[in-house]
Design a binder for this molecule. Sequence first.
Ligand SMILES: Nc1ncnc2c1ncn2[C@@H]1O[C@H](COP(=O)(O)OP(=O)(O)OP(=O)(O)O)[C@@H](O)[C@H]1O
Ligand SMILES: [Mg+2]
Length: 370
Amino acid sequence: MLSVANLSKTYTSEHRTHQAVRGVSFQTRKGEFYTLLGPSGCGKSTTLRCIAGLEKPEQGEIRIGEKAVFSAAQRIFVPSHKRNIGMVFQSYAIWPHMSVLDNVAFPLVSGDRKLTRRAIKDRVMNALSLVKLEELASQPAPLLSGGQQQRVALARALAHEPEVLLLDEPLSNLDAKLREEMRLQIRMLARRLDVTTIYVTHDQLEALQMSDRIAVMHDGRIVEEGTPKQIYLSPRAAYTAGFVGRVNFFEGSVKASESEDATVNVETPIGVLACHVAQGPSHSEGEKVLVAVRPEGISLSMERPAQRLNVIRGVLEASMFAGDTQDCIVRVGRQEIQVKADPLTDLPASASVYLHLPPARCVIIRELAG
Ligand SMILES: Nc1ncnc2c1ncn2[C@@H]1O[C@H](COP(=O)(O)OP(=O)(O)OP(=O)(O)O)[C@@H](O)[C@H]1O
Ligand SMILES: [Mg+2]
């Protein structure tokens, strides 16, 4: 549906030259909700702006449906207003001197598709009803709340029924509660309209909750791509594991594998860990790897647990009650391990505790560099 191939974009100003996007490639299916996730400055907005036709990349190709809207090799650059896209910006750019209706109608009135006044009105009211704002159509836009303005921006992006919806951190100006509500609304709306959506955020939870697939970006590149479950539960890159959620890393080397239960033993500073192996190339004896284990994947107990594998003794260094969990730091030798413990467990300071790291939660990552 949307395909981006080997996209590169460099900004040159008098102060510096900066390659913001370095060979980004991805493809989405029709109706897919695809998220670019990464820290500030990693090139998310630049990638989106290239797709929108607001920036001209030096290299690569962008196709919307069958049509190339940009190709460096073929010298194609379709201007923004001729690409069939709708976009909501990081600051959602509502025009203050216009009513809600005029804001949403603006791209239809100013575009070069000739529509009758009646057709424009119908489309605008339809878009406003999608975001449940019909009754506010005649209001001046500045009188709306932040969440309502955000929905106006969304209606404006949807009004001309785009093939691709581009959303750049559209919820960043909203308070936490409204942000959660809008996440769900946007997700449901995109699904109902079956519109291909590229969503940009630096918020990992937002990405996990909303996306069909996530591309994790770092320094102008896509580091890893996968479903939310793949990205969170079995990341392939250390960068992904560290960026999306909290994680403990143990450096280790592979011992002989026990293929009968699909685990591999890894010698680590906290002992031998049996680790689940996903499909893919097998591990060789002596190979240096990282084992990633999330704090909530570890169970903590005062008594020795019944399991045979991956039970480790440690000393409780610190614990902090956090309502639905207790955040603990447990020391095992020289390693500090983050653990989420049951909030009902009584945890005396400096207690001797047992940790169980189920093999399914011990993920082997090949690359050692973060
Ligand atoms: N118009 C510009 N001129 C020069 N450099 C720019 C310009 N726009 C962005 N950059 C630089 O390009 C890099 C990527 O910027 P981009 O806006 O794509 O990041 P981002 O991932 O969207 O970050 P954020 O989460 O903060 O919005 C940054 O280092 C930024 O400083
Ligand atoms: Mg940005």
